[in-house]
Design a protein around this ligand. Structure first.
Ligand SMILES: [Zn+2]
Length: 298
C-alpha cells in the first residue's frame, strides 16, 4: 500500500499532468469503529474517504470537500469529507441487508453530489445520477459531465483494514500540441494497474511500475488524519433540520435528549430550550442554501 495515512503528490514534468497517491489505514479504522457497518458498506466508506482525501488535496482554497451519495436502496446515505488540512471523516446510513458490492445496487436510484464549502465565499455543488457500479466510475461520470479539469481516480482496498487511491488530473496546458496524447497515454498506463498492486506497492515502486518511461517528480508526503468537526452548535443544527414537528415529538417524553454524533459517536445532551430559538431561523437558512446556484470550481 501507499504509505498509510499519507497523501503524496507527483507531477509529470513534461506533460502538465499531476497525480496523487493516498493510503488510509488508522484514519479509516477510526471512522468505522463502533459502527458495526456491514462489510460491503465498510469497503465503500473507505473508498469514499480515499476519494475525498484525493479530491480535497486538489483544492487551492481553505475549506471542506464532501462526496455524498443518497439513494432509495438499503444504503440510504454515504458520505466522506476532507478539509484542506487533510482531516477526514465519513458516515453511512443503511437499513436491512447490504450484500451487494456495487454502489448503484446498494443505493438504488440515487445521486452522487460533490460539494465544496470554502471557508470564505460561495458553496459549490455538482451532482450526477448513480449509474455505475463503482465509486471511481461514478466520479468519472461526474468529471466527464462537469467543466472541471480532466480527472480520473483509481481505488482499491481491503474492507475494514486499509484503502488506497490514485488520482490523475490534467492541467489545462496538458492538451498542448507538443504532447497531445499525454492524457490518454498516461491514463492507459494507469489502467494497467491491478487493485492488488495499488494496495500493496509502495508509492515509489508503483510510479516506477507504471511510468518508468515518463518523467515523474514525486513530492514529500502529507499526513491525513481522522478528525470530527462536530460540536454543540452543529448537533443543534442537525436536530433543528429535522423540522419543528419532529423536534416537538422528541421532547414530549423527556426534557433532555441525548444525541450521538453520527461520525464519531460523541454524545451530546440537548435541552428543548436550546433548540426552540433556532427552529425558525435555521429552517430559512437551510432553504436558502439549497437554492444556491451550483457552480463549477477550477
Ligand atoms: Zn463527531
Amino acid at each position: 500500500m501507499s504509505s498509510s495515512d499519507q497523501i503524496q503528490h507527483f507531477l509529470f514534468t513534461n506533460a502538465d499532468i499531476r497525480g496523487q497517491l493516498v493510503g488510509l489505514e488508522e484514519s479509516y479504522r477510526q471512522a468505522i469503529e463502533n459502527h458495526n457497518y456491514p462489510k460491503s458498506i465498510e469497503k465503500l466508506i473507505g473508498e469514499f474517504m480515499a476519494a475525498a482525501a484525493l479530491l480535497g488535496s486538489t483544492l487551492k482554497i481553505d475549506g471542506t470537500i464532501s462526496i455524498q451519495a443518497q439513494g432509495t436502496g438499503s444504503l440510504t446515505l454515504i458520505m466522506a469529507e476532507c478539509k484542506s488540512n487533510r482531516e477526514i471523516r465519513a458516515v453511512a446510513r443503511y437499513q436491512g441487508e447490504c450484500n451487494s458490492s456495487a454502489i448503484n445496487e446498494l443505493l438504488g436510484i440515487g445521486q452522487l453530489a460533490i460539494t465544496i464549502d470554502p471557508e470564505q465565499g460561495q458553496r459549490y455543488q455538482g451532482i450526477v445520477p448513480l449509474e455505475n457500479a463503482t465509486l471511481a466510475k461514478c466520479l468519472e461520470a461526474y468529471f466527464d459531465q462537469s467543466e472541471q479539469l480532466k480527472t480520473r481516480i483509481w481505488l482499491a482496498g481491503n474492507s475494514g483494514e486499509q484503502v488506497s487511491g490514485l488520482l490523475l488530473q490534467a492541467m489545462p496546458s496538458a492538451i498542448s500540441p507538443t504532447d497531445s496524447d499525454a492524457w490518454p497515454r498516461i491514463c492507459t498506463l494507469t489502467d494497467t494497474l491491478s487493485e492488488s498492486e495499488l494496495e500493496k506497492l509502495q508509492n515509489i515502486q508503483l510510479l516506477y511500475r507504471l511510468y518508468h518511461e515518463e518523467e515523474v517528480e514525486l513530492y514529500p508526503p502529507h499526513e491525513v488524519n481522522f478528525s470530527c468537526s462536530c460540536n454543540r452548535d452543529r448537533i443543534i443544527n442537525a436536530l433543528v433540520s429535522l423540522g419543528a414537528q419532529e423536534v416537538e415529538e422528541m421532547f414530549t417524553e423527556e426534557p433532555l435528549v441525548e444525541i450521538n454524533c453520527e461520525f464519531c459517536n460523541q454524545s451530546y445532551t440537548v435541552a428543548k430550550e436550546e433548540v426552540e430559538p433556532y427552529l425558525m431561523e435555521l429552517d430559512i437558512s437551510e432553504i436558502a442554501s439549497d437554492l444556491a446556484p451550483s457552480r463549477t470550481l477550477h
